[in-house]
Design a protein around this ligand. Structure first.
Ligand SMILES: *Cc1c(COP(=O)(O)O)cnc(C)c1O
Length: 373
């Protein structure tokens, strides 16, 4: 379905797939014809291609980004009573799998400019029970990995990268996902690299860890009929892997188009009284989301909706205010930067086909919306 010319969607997946229709149809047809749907040649080939893309030695395809995180925590041996440090401003899936393992997320605040995990706060959150630090590359921008790796190394604690929003991003020239002990990716359809349903992957340089994740995703099955540990059914399937192989070839081009759209926003928004996102010089941001801040967020958002412009919020309810995670802070004021961002943040449309004309329309509607807020 085409999107009406005067409406701007938050993401335009139909537009993205339009140009790939034949390649995607052929990939799906070839899986259907092969009769192999689970853990076959497409999954193996995708794992090799995605490992190479991430400059990592190993990749294991799994059922979702959440599964990637859960299996990674489990493969690292995180269990009851263990603590894992994570930012308060992230998607809930970064920490929920820890609850299932009996572990305790230790939330820390984020940097006021980038909303990425605050390394100073991480340092203060360490205890004898700390077993991992999660570096979330939020909105497509890598967290400060060198500082986190240094801290982790000094304490013998691994860094888990939640790269669900940052496929292809680089930190000081190196691809994210392969810099910590293990990196977790989601291929949820709207991510920079998205499947046609749920899918995910882990990448790592540690062969033993990759092997444990491989066992955990397939009921602990070492070879047919032989189950050596208690695992899950968290496999990536052949159809999704075949589609991901097609789309992976376009990822760098799409990320470049996102970067161009972010640059266009910055140019068109000059002089607007809103806070624009900050991209650090030593990192290559892949602009999964373009998040601005304005104190009148709710009325600005409503005015944009009336003008036909869809927006999102990432995330309006910080983790420590989620019922399921109550008790991870001390209520209001626990993580002041995260809480201020939550009130003011607004995610504008961002996708590879967002052209200059639409960026101009958004800028003009935003200008009136902010004036009226
Ligand atoms: C999308 C996302 C996840 C979860 O991925 P799913 O594939 O939806 O399970 C985890 N962490 C972050 C930061 C995400 O954006």
């Amino acid at each position: 379905m085409m999107v009406a010319a005067n409406r701007i969607p938050f993401v335009d997946l139909a537009g993205l797939h339009e140009g790939l229709r034949e390649e995607i149809d052929a990939a799906i047809r070839s899986v259907v014809d092969s009769g192999v749907f689970i853990l076959g040649p497409e999954v193996s080939a995708f794992e090799q291609e995605f490992a190479a893309y991430c400059e990592a030695d190993h990749c294991v395809g799994v059922a979702s980004g959440t599964a990637a995180l859960q299996l990674s925590y489990e493969a690292l041996g995180i269990g009851p009573g263990d603590e894992v440090i994570a930012p308060a401003n992230t998607f809930v899936a970064t920490v929920l799998p820890l609850l299932a393992l009996g572990a305790r997320p230790i939330l820390v605040d984020v940097d006021p400019d980038t909303a990425l995990i605050d390394v100073g706060a991480v340092q203060q959150a360490f205890s004898d029970r700390t077993r991992a630090i999660v570096a979330v590359h939020l909105y497509g921008q890598p967290a400060d990995l060198d500082l986190l790796l240094e801290l982790g190394e000094a304490r013998g604690v691994p860094i888990v990268e939640d790269a669900a929003q940052a496929h292809g991003a680089r930190y000081r020239g190196r691809r994210v996902g392969s810099l910590g002990r293990i990196g977790c990716f989601s291929f949820y359809p709207a991510k920079n690299l998205g499947a046609l349903g749920d899918a995910g992957a882990v990448v790592t340089g540690d062969g033993e860890l990759a092997e444990r994740v491989r066992l955990l995703r397939d009921l602990g099955q070492e070879r047919k009929y032989h189950h050596v540990i208690s695992g899950h059914n968290a496999r990536l399937d052949e159809v999704q892997a075949a589609v991901l192989r097609v789309k992976l070839r376009h990822l760098d081009g799409w990320n470049a188009a996102r970067r161009a759209a972010a640059d266009a926003y910055a140019e068109e928004f000059v002089g607007l009284p809103v806070t624009l996102p900050v991209a650090a010089d030593d990192r290559e941001h892949v602009w999964h989301l373009y998040v601005i801040r304005t104190p009148g967020r709710d009325s600005v958002r409503a005015a944009l909706a009336r003008a036909g412009i869809a927006t999102g919020m990432h995330y309006p309810v910080p983790l420590h205010f989620q019922d399921v995670l109550a008790g991870l802070g001390n209520g209001e004021g626990s993580f002041p930067v995260t809480e201020t961002w939550a009130r003011e943040l607004l995610s504008l449309p961002m996708f590879p086909g967002l052209d200059r004309d639409r960026v101009r329309m958004i800028a003009s509607s935003l200008r009136s919306a902010v004036a009226g807020a």
